[in-house]
Design a protein around this ligand. Structure first.
Ligand SMILES: *[C@@H]1O[C@H](CO)[C@@H](O)[C@H](O)[C@H]1NC(C)=O
Ligand SMILES: *[C@@H]1O[C@H](CO)[C@@H](O)[C@H](O)[C@H]1NC(C)=O
Ligand SMILES: *[C@@H]1O[C@H](CO)[C@@H](O)[C@H](O)[C@H]1NC(C)=O
Ligand SMILES: *[C@@H]1O[C@H](CO)[C@@H](O)[C@H](O)[C@H]1NC(C)=O
Ligand SMILES: *[C@@H]1O[C@H](CO)[C@@H](O)[C@H](O)[C@H]1NC(C)=O
Length: 476
């Protein structure tokens, strides 16, 4: 392959960012990648800006306009930042926009489950509507609209908070009637408002962490109850003519979601048949095995909620908010759980904790090392990519690899240990003379290009991964 102008520019840039670690002598460690053995399709990576975090980006706390654009570019522009392609919106159930509440499109009880609803649409949606527009204009593919709860008047406890069930699911009757159809209509109306305003909702979910009666918006459900509602929602979506895919159930942890699979898979008319994606979170139990389904799965929310603030540590002591910790969570979920999507909780927010990927503090934009770990995957593993077979002969050098729709390969090598690793990488079918471009994140660098290498016969090249570092090798 000829050296293009872009490659030359790239090489010049790369001189600036040479790795400082001294390479060890040839180690005998090898990595093999086989693009002919393919696994799950990737939908993408992302986060949420629910509970008014979208408004943080738009200056709720005074973030200057120039830094509002910077955050949007870091999140959604693949040439500047992570190039996230999935945004998870919260479908609000609140009757106000006070504090960080998400206002509902049906704030008032229409007077009964069969009464005509009074929908309201403010083209703002707690900042999430303009955010979705900005994200799509930068390359978003997937807008996942997810309700934490139905409005309180549709629930057994008459409250959007503190658990409660959707009126009408098994064993949960209400004096006010069966609200399943009304809730399905309401969710579809949310997608319709977006569509009529020029923004496509691609996926629709109706539960969040249904194992847990939170003091904030939430709703309880087991797998059987979720399945009953999915059948109603699927009919309603079909009738609406909207092209919206249905997800379930955003269980708190991967084990919680697995526990719901029996209910989704059961019966003469299994609800799983109406789902496109099964969603589960990573709290309590991490995605380290495939859920019991042939459908796509997403790890749709997870974060370090310990309250710590470690934006600058890729590796310090393996703490829950460090970049290396999240590089590993993502790699394990993709490789061992076979997920097609991986989302952090918040993308950017005004806080000094690890619950977001980017901290907005006063006027400043502070991308964490976690953010760059996400970007090591998301910038190079694009929607439609397939995970491909990849193996390493050394336990402290972990590997994953993907083939993009355009043929571009992205291989992630993570050095878990405290000395530099040199490895012989061989990619089956890779021609000789192909430029392979490495990008590194560690304590020193953020997604920094390194000197490109050229493949030899048999698609082989030498990889040099410094201690406690992640390097993504991108080849065409
Ligand atoms: C934004 O966050 C910073 C850091 O936590 C805090 O000092 C500041 O008060 C916040 N801004 C507002 C308006 O709350
Ligand atoms: C609004 O919602 C809150 C919390 O669910 C509830 O306590 C309150 O009664 C509601 N107000 C109105 C006017 O419906
Ligand atoms: C879910 O709850 C309903 C109502 O309590 C019960 O009938 C059903 O057996 C439960 N399903 C599962 C899978 O636990
Ligand atoms: C924007 O954020 C950067 C840090 O990312 C900071 O250096 C800069 O001062 C901020 N710009 C303004 C106008 O406050
Ligand atoms: C792997 O990395 C860990 C953590 O740095 C280290 O303790 C261990 O010695 C390494 N294993 C080998 C075989 O080098």
């Amino acid at each position: 392959m000829q050296l293009s102008v872009i490659d030359k520019v790239f090489l010049l840039g790369a001189l600036v960012a040479r790795v400082t670690a001294t390479p060890t002598s040839s180690s005998g460690i090898s990595v093999s990648v086989n693009p002919r053995v393919q696994f799950q399709e990737v939908d993408g990576f992302g986060a949420s800006q629910a509970f008014q975090r979208a408004e943080d980006i738009f200056g709720k706390y005074g973030l200057p306009a120039v830094n509002q654009s910077l955050v949007l570019d870091l999140l959604y522009n693949e040439n500047v930042g992570a190039g996230f392609t999935i945004l998870r919106n919260g479908i609000g159930s609140s009757n106000t926009s006070n504090s960080n509440l998400m206002n509902s499109i049906e704030p008032k009880n229409p007077g009964g489950s069969n009464a005509t609803p009074e929908y309201v649409w403010d083209h703002y949606n707690s900042g999430q509507f303009p955010l979705a527009e900005q994200a799509y204009s930068r390359g978003l593919h997937t807008l996942y609209a997810n309700a934490w709860s139905a409005p309180g008047y549709m629930k057994t406890n008459n409250d959007e908070n503190n658990g409660g069930y959707l009126c009408g699911v098994a064993n949960e009757p209400c004096a006010s009637g069966n609200w399943m159809q009304a809730y399905a209509n309401y969710l579809v109306q949310y997608a319709r408002f977006y569509k009529e305003s020029g923004v496509t909702v691609t996926h629709l979910g109706f539960l969040n962490e249904p194992q847990f009666a939170a003091t904030y918006a939430g709703m309880l459900s087991n797998g059987t109850q979720a399945a009953e509602f999915i059948r109603v929602l699927a009919k309603t979506v079909k009738k609406s003519g909207l092209d919206v895919k249905i997800t379930c159930c955003d269980g708190i942890g991967w084990d919680d979601q697995e526990a719901m699979m029996a209910g989704l898979n059961a019966g003469p008319d299994p609800a799983i048949n109406y789902l496109d994606v099964v969603t589960g979170h990573g709290y309590d139990s991490a995605p380290s095995y495939p859920l019991s389904t042939n459908k796509k799965t997403w790890q749709s929310e997870w974060a370090d909620l310990s309250g710590g603030y470690t934006p600058y540590d890729f590796y310090k002591n393996g703490g829950p908010g460090e970049g290396l910790t999240w590089a590993n969570h993502i790699q394990v979920a993709l490789r061992d759980a076979g997920v097609s999507g991986f989302l952090y909780w918040i993308g950017a927010e005004n806080s000094t904790t690890n619950s977001g990927l980017i901290n907005l503090i006063n006027n400043e934009v502070i991308p964490s090392k976690r953010f760059w770990s996400f970007a090591q995957f998301s910038r190079f593993v694009r929607p439609g990519a397939r995970r491909i077979e990849a193996a390493s002969t050394y336990a402290n050098l972990t590997v994953s690899s993907f083939k993009n729709k355009d043929g571009r390969l992205a291989t992630q090598l993570i050095n878990q240990g405290d000395s530099t690793i040199e490895a012989n990488v061989r990619i089956a079918g890779l021609k000789s003379g192909v430029w392979v471009k490495p990008y590194i994140t560690n304590n020193e660098f953020n997604l920094e290009p390194l000197t490109a290498v050229v493949s030899k016969n048999g698609g082989a090249f030498q990889a040099n991964v410094p201690a406690r570092s992640m390097v993504t090798y991108v080849s065409v």
